[in-house]
Design a protein around this ligand. Structure first.
Ligand code: GDP
Length: 651
């Protein structure tokens, strides 16, 4: 008999049973382990006599009531999830800092408070910010609160499939959905939104299938976590690849459990053992090798192993004990949104708690509305949506952002007033000084003792430099401050890197690689600092200086413009001349330039000649063609980008 089966028989949570077994000296790691007859007997017996239980149940209600204010707040990553009120002393304990340290911070904020004083919400928020944390009032974030346990009901798990491109994400999702359509019409189901579900006898599983890691991080960067379980798909003929590692890092940072599906086992060159070994080197140790990672071998194409995978998901969900309230005004998270020409703003949302009905008044992000119609993932009209259900809704005043919370309020007026208040608040925030997560800031947070590690995302041009940088950073971080590389890889800095940094309060470091324009804009919007280096020594020195609080006033590079090479000419005496088109900003002859090929800097230097038709030009604006030759560099290629920039001190 396996652990979960015994738990079922006894009517207890599998998780609790595992804890109990461990406490009694039976080293059980997970719900799938087989129990021996003696253990089963002892446990069964212990459940017949329950004196301890009576004692506990007499004591418990009072205890939880009293301690609920302080004990439920917690620190998760860079966020303080504040549940209820908190005193100065409790705040210090929560942060693991001495009380006087917090008092000191408060004094710096102009507040003299005794340790026993309850912190006002705005003071707690400012204090958290000074220490480098985000304060999130749990009422907003964790949607279930102060609910009578007995009203909570099990909700379906929400699963995201992640993995390297071509490893079979789409095929797997199709195969999973096919388990549902087989008995119905052939030709499958047309999917309407980026989410779907399957119904098994044991329960429903909801899949979020907005592609790749992007959606996952985007939502998390907005403080919304909708995924309960990540399925990491790895092709058995290809093994662990860069995006596999990216996915592992994303899931880890979000503290979401991973189930690994080793795919394509039907292929002749499939090597499941090699994949497992690769996984071990990323700290995913299979259960059969004594680890805790659940792994299932599948062939998405041949639809083999799908049932085992689905069962594993349901077991995992059971262990996680996912419960919420059904009978309450709905709250959910926007997972996608768009503007439909005919129907107006449309949002796909995932219900987190309560039940959403047609004609409910809602507020989401900066918008409000009345649910005019609701469609399920197959485009069918529905009247109500329960927890973990993905639905598309019509009737909003505008298009909300992915990650926005959507809540039902009492009536249209409340919804509208609140939306207008938020719009105004947003306006004020934009006007207020924009803050970036910068090296300086992070280090001053480190110095106040609140942040213990500097998180970085590192992107480089070649493997060799990655190794060198990793090694140097490791050495640097040996003291009191740790440097944690939350993700590293080879190639351009992408939107994904920025979103991961944004979600984790990290800085992005580029070594001989650059972000493209849209990524640069995204970083600006997300207030993420991207630091670009060409020399490892400079990078290490900057960090060293920052650690000692010595960073020079920052010199910021201002990109003046970029031109794309469209043609190449060979001109006698001059050499190679590039026929260019200025795609952004302008090109100024006297500025420093760099030559970028496939997002990698291949050369840096000066412009030799800049011409508009036959004439020399000082500068050429966006939208115009020009001829450019470089000082001492001939190896130009069509498609290369010439970027010119100036340096200026940040004020
Ligand atoms: P995605 O990029 O991760 O969504 O990958 P796809 O689902 O598009 O799959 C990429 C390719 O691998 C397609 O040609 C699939 O037919 C193929 N493929 C996916 N799963 C399997 C499998 O289990 N066995 C084999 N042989 N091919 C597979």
């Amino acid at each position: 008999m396996r652990v979960f089966e015994l738990a079922k028989e006894l009517g207890v949570k599998t998780k609790d049973l595992i804890t109990e077994l461990n406490e009694n000296g039976v080293p059980i790691k997970n719900h799938m382990e087989v129990l021996d007859a003696d253990t089963i007997e002892i446990i069964r017996d212990s459940y017949k006599i329950t004196p301890a239980e009576t004692e506990v149940s007499l004591e418990q209600p009072e205890k939880t009531k009293e301690s609920s204010a302080e004990s439920k707040s917690e620190v998760v990553g860079n966020e303080i999830l504040l549940d209820g009120k908190i005193t100065v002393k409790e705040f210090a304990d929560l942060m693991g800092l001495p009380g006087p340290k917090i008092l000191g911070e408060l004094i710096k904020m102009g507040k003299m408070l005794p340790l026993t004083e309850i912190l006002e919400p705005d003071v707690a928020e400012q204090l958290a910010e000074r220490l480098g944390y985000n304060l999130v009032a749990v009422e907003e974030e964790k949607v279930v609160h102060d609910v009578d346990e007995s009203k909570l009901k099990v909700r379906p798990p929400v699963v995201t499939v992640m993995g390297h491109v071509d490893h079979g994400k789409t095929t797997l999702l199709d195969a999973i959905r096919a388990t549902q359509v087989a008995e119905r019409e052939a030709g499958g189901i047309t999917q309407h939104i980026g989410a779907s579900w399957v119904d098994l006898p044991e329960g429903r599983i909801v899949f979020l299938d907005t592609p790749g890691h992007e959606a996952f991080t985007k939502l998390r960067a907005r403080g919304a976590q909708v995924t309960d379980i990540v399925i990491l798909i790895v092709a058995a003929d290809d093994g662990v690849m860069p995006q596999t590692i990216e996915a592992i890092n994303h899931a880890r940072e979000a503290a979401v459990p991973i189930i690994v599906a080793i795919n394509k086992i039907d292929k002749a060159n499939a090597d499941v053992d090699k994949v497992k070994k690769d996984l071990v080197s990323h700290n995913l140790v299979p259960e059969e090798w004594g680890g805790q990672t659940q792994i299932v071998s599948i062939s998405a194409k041949k639809k083999e192993g799908i049932k085992a995978l689905l069962e594993m998901i349901l077991f995992q969900a059971e262990v996680m004990d996912l419960k919420t309230i059904y009978d309450a005004p709905a709250k959910g998270i926007v997972i996608e949104s768009r503007l439909d020409k005919g129907k107006g703003p449309m949002a796909s949302i995932l219900i987190k708690e309560g039940t959403l009905h047609v004609s409910d008044s809602v507020i989401t992000g900066l918008h409000y509305g009345k649910v005019r119609a609701m469609l399920d993932w197959q485009g069918r009209q529905i009247q109500l949506a329960k927890p973990s259900t993905p639905v598309e809704i019509l009737g909003l005043s505008g298009v909300p952002k992915a990650g926005d919370l959507i809540e039902v309020v009492e009536n249209d007026k409340i919804a509208k007033d609140e939306a207008l208040r938020r719009q105004q608040e947003q306006q004020e925030k934009i006007l207020a000084k924009r803050t970036k997560i910068t090296f300086d800031e992070l280090f001053s947070q480190i110095q106040t003792g609140s942040v213990k590690e500097l998180k970085v995302v590192v992107k480089v041009d070649v493997q060799g430099s990655l190794e060198a940088i990793e090694e140097s950073l490791e050495k640097l971080g040996a003291g009191s401050v740790k440097i944690k590389i939350i993700h590293s890889g080879i190639g351009a800095i992408t939107d994904n890197d920025v979103m991961l940094a944004s979600a984790s309060n990290a800085v992005v470091i580029g070594f001989n690689v650059r972000p493209n324009n849209s990524t640069r804009n995204l970083a600006d919007r997300e207030h993420i600092e991207i630091r670009l280096y060409r020399v490892i020594y400079d990078l290490i020195n900057d960090i060293k200086d920052a650690m000692e609080g010595l960073l020079e006033p920052e010199i910021e590079e201002v990109i003046v413009g970029q031109a794309e090479i469209r043609e190449i000419f060979s001109v006698p005496k001059v050499g190679t001349v590039a026929g260019c088109f200025v795609i952004t900003g302008k090109i100024v002859r006297s500025n420093s330039i760099r030559l970028i090929r496939d997002s990698v800097v291949v050369w840096e230097g000066k412009i030799q000649t800049l011409k508009r038709f036959k004439d020399d030009a000082k500068e050429v604006q966006q939208g115009f063609e020009c001829g450019i030759s470089l000082e001492g560099y001939q190896d130009l290629k069509i498609g290369d980008i010439i970027e010119n920039y100036t340096l200026q001190a940040v004020t």
